[in-house]
Design a protein around this ligand. Structure first.
Ligand SMILES: Cc1cc2nc3c(=O)[nH]c(=O)nc-3n(C[C@H](O)[C@H](O)[C@H](O)COP(=O)(O)OP(=O)(O)OC[C@H]3O[C@@H](n4cnc5c(N)ncnc54)[C@H](O)[C@@H]3O)c2cc1C
Length: 384
């Protein structure tokens, strides 16, 4: 009897979305050949998944789909760090500071309960007592997510690649040439930067901020790269108040959405502004931090963490969000190729979901014609 031809699945992009997708494809379909391709490597310095750390939290206002995905992702992060014998997740908790407008946090509470997320609500006075290093002026109440915390970013991407290779996956460091325009209802091959063609039965494109350039007609401006700046300040020597033993990750939903990670694997006290910056070129953009963004971070730190007023800047990073118009992910088939899937639009919150997205996308890809993504992730939502 002739044996069935071995299926070949290609995943382009080894960031948080593509790496985990490749791993789950290989694991769920052990008889298939899975090739992961990346232009510059997993968690490279241009990628949105680059840098040291990312927050993992389940509070998502009214957007229940992400709370549920964060809960699933958390279980998978824990499972994989045990499986791979390395720490990827630091469960130091996430503290949400709530000022006057508390619609977002209020909407999240029943959803957190439904998803069995362990959390605590704190009133302003109790908060000030527990965290004397925070200026709690204007803060009315807070949520403490006990299982939240932070993840190592580029190191996790490298660990996922290692895990994928150990489970029999193949990796090639080459770029897929743009634009990709399927013909006849299917995509049969892509051209790589060395001039070769890569043929496969199914494709997944998880190209972060580059997704629009690869598919200008179908994605185009629906994924826009915005410039984001992150600063790492030095804490006084021997001062434990600003380490991860004394302080959780914090998310400050005041007039500006500021957040940060204490300790941060000894990189310093990380402070970031979640406001969307100007458009940014992820390939050629210069990653020099701006004086204006640094001043915002300094002023914020001086106000919210008075013990760090005037703290020296140790490091900084310029990266980009790959922003979709509604901040929902894009997980859908290419409208002109039933065997090609587009995955992206992490919009500043994708990293934590990597394993859950990977598991979900692998299931969709492998279920063939039956695979139907949630409405909220579909490209058709942009037509309305
Ligand atoms: C400063 C900052 C802070 C953030 N904070 C958080 C946070 O705290 N928590 C959180 O959950 N999320 C956070 N995010 C968002 C999160 O990091 C991203 O949503 C997520 O990492 C996106 O992953 P991705 O795989 O879609 O994209 P990427 O990581 O960009 O991966 C895409 C990959 O595709 C490759 N590629 C692109 N084009 C090609 C091509 N033509 N051929 C081959 N390879 C190609 C690239 O080299 C890249 O490795 C943050 C993002 C930034 C920038």
């Amino acid at each position: 009897m002739p044996t069935a031809k071995q299926q070949h699945i290609v995943v382009v992009g080894a960031g948080a979305f593509g790496g985990w997708t490749a791993l789950f494809l290989r694991r769920q379909r052990g008889d298939a050949r899975v090739t992961l391709v990346d232009a510059w490597g997993p968690g490279n310095s241009r990628a949105s998944s680059g840098g040291e750390t990312r927050v993992i939290r389940a509070t998502y206002g009214p957007r229940a789909i992400y709370t549920r995905m964060a809960a699933r992702a958390l279980a998978l992060w824990k499972e994989h760090q045990t499986r791979w014998h390395r720490q990827l997740y630091h469960g130091i908790g996430v503290l949400w500071l709530v000022e006057n407008d508390d619609q977002y946090e209020k909407a999240a509470l029943p959803i957190l309960r439904d998803a069995h997320i362990t959390f605590e609500e704190l009133q302003g006075t109790e908060l000030a007592r527990r965290f004397p290093q925070i200026n709690c002026e204007q803060v009315r109440w807070a949520i403490v997510e006990k299982d939240g915390g932070y993840l190592t970013a580029r190191r996790a991407c490298a660990a996922v690649l290692e895990g994928f290779l150990a489970e029999g996956g193949e990796y090639r460091q080459l770029a897929a040439q743009a634009p990709i325009e399927p013909r006849g209802g299917e995509l049969s091959s892509i051209t790589l930067s060395d001039g070769s063609r890569l043929t496969a039965d199914r494709f997944v494109f998880a190209c972060g901020p580059w997704l629009g350039a690869l598919f200008p007609d179908v994605v185009g401006e629906r994924v826009r790269a915005t410039r984001q700046e992150v600063f790492f300040f030095g804490t006084p020597s021997g001062d434990r108040r600003f380490t991860e033993e004394a302080l959780p990750v914090w998310a400050d939903h005041g007039t500006r959405f500021m957040y940060g990670i204490p300790g941060n694997e000894w990189r310093g006290f990380k402070v970031a502004d979640d406001s969307r910056g100007p458009l940014f070129d992820p390939t050629n953009g210069e990653r020099t931090p701006s004086a204006a963004a640094l001043q915002i971070a300094r002023d914020y730190v001086a106000y919210r963490f008075p013990g760090l007023k005037g703290a020296p800047l140790l490091e900084s990073r310029v990266c980009q969000y790959e922003q979709s118009p509604d901040e929902h992910f894009i997980i859908d088939r290419h409208p002109a190729a039933q065997n090609a899937w587009l995955v992206g639009g992490g919009s500043g919150h994708g990293f934590k979901h990597g394993p859950a997205v990977g598991e979900l996308v692998a299931g969709l890809v492998l279920s063939g014609a039956a695979g139907a993504p949630d409405e909220q992730f579909r490209l058709s939502r942009f037509a309305h």
